[in-house]
Design a protein around this ligand. Structure first.
Ligand code: PA5
Length: 467
């Protein structure tokens, strides 16, 4: 439970903070108020009529019971959990895991109080093969997460894992070690789970992959990792209430959405950098990148006109990226808005010992204070050069504030979609690549697709290959 909310400080994205070239004028932001009000009402209407499901997830406590029941049915001796899934079916769970687990648990050192979680989301066998070499089938559980139930990478990994479990355990034991998290009714994963008698959990049919982390998709991995899933949902619920307000400047997600969309539309800043000064939030930045990119990058607008628009999100982490990408953010093209995420009270801290010599001035300060000074210095340096930024502050990084942070960005994404005039909830652009891959892998019904690719390949000029 918590009292102190997350704050969004956008002074340095406004003209008063960074000057008229880098910042928005008050009247420009205020001119967006009617559009935002319509956006908020449209999202609320879609939530009420059942088109959009993500907004109601934080209040859905029934799913907590279901997640706990599934956890109780899993084998007691559990060392490792393999979470099979990709994109929205993996990034949220991983972000929760890293944010709320101890660092040693993540790297597998020291005493363990909970099973280790692994997210081998990619089809690249490098990680999965290595894991299967060392994990014990009897002490491992597989969570297979796929909203559609047909995603090629996840389906392939599941086949590998089923074989791995079946080679070591009787069928009755295998059955207890695979949990399917998928659409409540549709898809081949649902069919298989029912046929095999695997424990299953549902992703509501009106919740898309990248908006699903506050469903069993994120909740079961979080529970297995020892996180307080009640607090996670309560924090998200409190944020959902703040984001229901239709007055733009009182709605934290509305401000995030409007500032980014207007910086793009009016100042040409199409690149959005997410830069937490906190290692625990590195995967949060990756989750944000997928959410922002897949939701907002669209060929057509809601009127069906070709617009080919969307911001480009970039993940960075402070202070590491001060020694990598910051040079570009500071002196490169003026096409970026940087969001700094700060955690006011760190999970752990260390005092820097007194010393003589060049580093004497650091004595007695803490590493967290050092990080904070670096964040503040970087924020000011950008502002002094008229480069806009926002700062999202969390009093601390616990389950409550993490839930609130996730919801804040889900709501901001939904609002940004409305302000851009596009549908933030589909992803037609990724479908073609999937169909072409099916053709190449010989899937029935995709024979012509394979032929087309081979014909195009044959026609491609060879003289452009350097050998
Ligand atoms: O956000 C999305 O919709 C996607 O990133 C999906 O999560 C991803 O493609 C995986 O799909 P699925 O959950 O159906 O396996």
């Amino acid at each position: 439970m918590n009292d102190s909310p997350i704050t969004v400080d956008y002074a340095l994205a406004m003209a008063e903070g960074v000057g008229p070239l880098g910042g928005l004028r008050d009247e420009e932001l205020d001119a967006e108020r009617p559009a935002f009000e319509r956006a908020a009402k449209h999202v609320a209407a879609q939530t009420s009529d059942g088109t959009l499901g993500f907004w109601n997830l934080p209040a859905d406590t029934e799913q907590l019971r279901q997640v706990r029941d599934v956890r109780l049915a899993l084998p007691e001796r559990l060392h490792d959990v393999l979470v099979l899934g990709i994109g929205g079916s993996s990034l949220g769970g991983r972000a929760i895991y890293q944010a709320l687990s101890g660092p040693l648990e993540l790297v597998g050192i020291g005493k363990r109080t909970h099973p280790r979680l692994h997210f081998p989301d990619n089809a690249d066998p490098w990680m999965l093969a290595a894991l299967l070499d060392v994990l014990t089938p009897a002490a491992t559980v597989v969570l297979v997460v796929s909203k559609s139930g047909g995603t090629i990478e996840t389906a392939a990994q599941l086949l590998v894992l089923k074989h791995w479990l079946q080679s070591a355990l009787p069928e009755s034991e295998v059955q207890k070690r695979i949990v399917a998290i998928t659409d409540p009714k549709q898809g081949s994963l649902r069919e298989e789970a029912v046929a095999q008698g695997w424990p299953t959990l549902s992703v509501p049919s009106n919740v898309g992959g990248r908006f699903s982390l506050l469903s069993p998709v994120g909740l079961l991995p979080a529970l297995l990792a020892g996180a307080d899933i009640d607090d996670l949902l309560q924090g998200a619920h409190a944020m959902a209430q703040r984001c229901t307000v239709t007055e733009l400047r009182n709605n934290p997600a509305g401000v995030l959405a409007a500032v980014h969309v207007l910086q793009h539309r009016l100042r040409g800043r199409a690149i959005n950098v997410m830069m937490p000064y906190c290692d625990q939030l590195r995967p949060f930045a990756a989750w944000y990148v997928q959410l922002w990119a897949e939701s907002l990058g669209k060929r057509v607008n809601r009127a069906g006109e070709v617009v080919e628009q969307g911001p480009t999100p970039i993940a960075a982490v402070g202070a590491t990226d001060q020694h990598a990408q910051m040079q570009l953010f500071m002196e490169g093209p003026r096409d970026k808005v940087v969001t700094f995420v700060r955690v006011q009270t760190p999970s752990r801290d260390l005092v820097i010992p007194e010393s003589k010599g060049a580093a004497a001035y650091l004595g007695g300060t803490t590493l967290h204070a050092l990080l904070e000074a670096e964040r503040e210095g970087t924020t000011e340096a950008l502002a002094m050069d008229g480069r806009p930024s926002l700062t999202v502050s969390l009093p601390r990084l616990d389950a409550w504030h993490l839930g609130a942070l996730f919801f804040l960005y889900e709501a901001a994404t939904a609002f940004a979609g409305e302000l851009y005039g596009i549908n933030a909830f589909d992803q037609p652009g990724v479908e073609l690549g999937k169909r072409l891959a099916y053709g190449l892998l010989g899937r029935e019904g995709f024979e012509r697709t394979a032929q087309e690719i081979r014909t195009r390949e044959a026609k491609r000029p060879k003289r452009y290959t350097v050998r």
